[in-house]
Design a binder for this molecule. Structure first.
Ligand SMILES: C[S@@+](CC[C@H](N)C(=O)[O-])C[C@H]1O[C@@H](n2cnc3c(N)ncnc32)[C@H](O)[C@@H]1O
Length: 267
């Protein structure tokens, strides 16, 4: 168990799909265009969100290696179908990153992972992919921005506390959290990669009650863990925000970044 429930991943997937940056996606499809067959490794695949996003739009014959350490999530990834071979791979990416690259690949993908990893692990990833000359599509890294409408005087304090909580160890050492996208772009550029990137913000409207409620609960729990602000202030904030959701008056934007990093052969 990784702490990411299948239910949570299912809830967020349509919002992730809508948020994914179109320019970055087109750059991924352009990169793969012209290949008769492609092999893709998806790191921390969960139940296969990135597979479901990309595979219907890739014309080539495809083989996917879907890597995660959570067996209950891996059990839910789609099976192979006509023209698309899917191999679930149980790998702890912190302990054994190299095992993810056991078979040859043309592209590495991941989504909602880089904000969980440490700077050291990111460097390990960059070295592994650069040594193999592999491009990387990394979607949906949280970047620390959260905007609420209508706003509440405590929004900022809560999000700041949640952002500090994001830097705690999520299984890979002290996490990059909101700094992940910036750090990843810089790390890939340092090894001579060209990086295409763009925003992929979640946008929740008043009708998106369930996901807003989940997100707020997560931020409140993180703020409680950080002991900032005071417990009664967190409770009152949560009450006010939930009342806005119930009244159909709440909208939230949550900042994310997508990137495609390609080797340029300059290093
Ligand atoms: C936020 S979820 C994203 C899942 C999927 N990429 C998506 O977009 O729906 C993070 C994923 O990282 C996986 N994960 C966390 N730590 C891991 C580790 N040490 N090795 C492999 N996977 C890990 C979790 O099991 C989970 O599936």
């Amino acid at each position: 168990m990784s702490g990411f429930s299948a239910e949570w991943l299912k809830l967020r997937e349509p919002y992730d799909l809508r948020a994914r940056n179109t320019m970055v996606l087109h750059a991924v499809f352009d990169l793969l265009g012209g290949h008769p067959s492609v092999a893709i490794v998806d790191l921390a695949c969960g139940t296969g969100s990135t597979f479901r996003t990309l595979s219907p739009r890739i014309a080539a014959r495809q083989s996917w290696r879907l890597v995660d350490n959570d067996l209950s999530l891996l059990a839910r990834v789609p099976s192979s179908s006509a023209g698309i071979a899917v191999t679930p791979a149980p790998v702890d990416l912190n302990r054994d990153l190299e095992a993810a690259f056991e078979s040859p690949a043309d592209l590495v993908t991941t989504s909602a992972l880089l904000d969980l990893v440490s700077s050291e692990w990111l460097d390990r990833l960059v070295v592994e992919v650069a040594a193999r000359g592999l491009p990387v599509y990394a979607a949906l890294s949280y970047d620390g921005r959260a905007e609420f409408s209508p706003s509440d005087p405590f929004d900022r304090r809560i999000v700041e506390a949640a952002n500090r909580h994001q830097r705690k160890d999520k299984g890979f050492g002290p996490a990059l959290g909101p700094t992940a996208a910036k750090a990843s772009i810089a790390a890939f550029e340092r090894v001579g990669y060209a990086v295409t990137h763009g925003l992929s913000d979640w946008e929740f409207g008043p009708e998106d009650r369930e996901i807003q409620t989940e997100i707020l609960s997560g931020w409140a729990a993180a703020a409680r863990d950080m002991r900032d602000p005071a417990r009664h202030e967190i409770i009152d904030w949560l009450k006010r925000r939930r009342a806005l959701i119930a009244a159909g008056r709440s909208s939230i934007r949550v900042g994310h970044v997508d990137l495609l990093a390609r080797p340029t052969g300059t290093r």
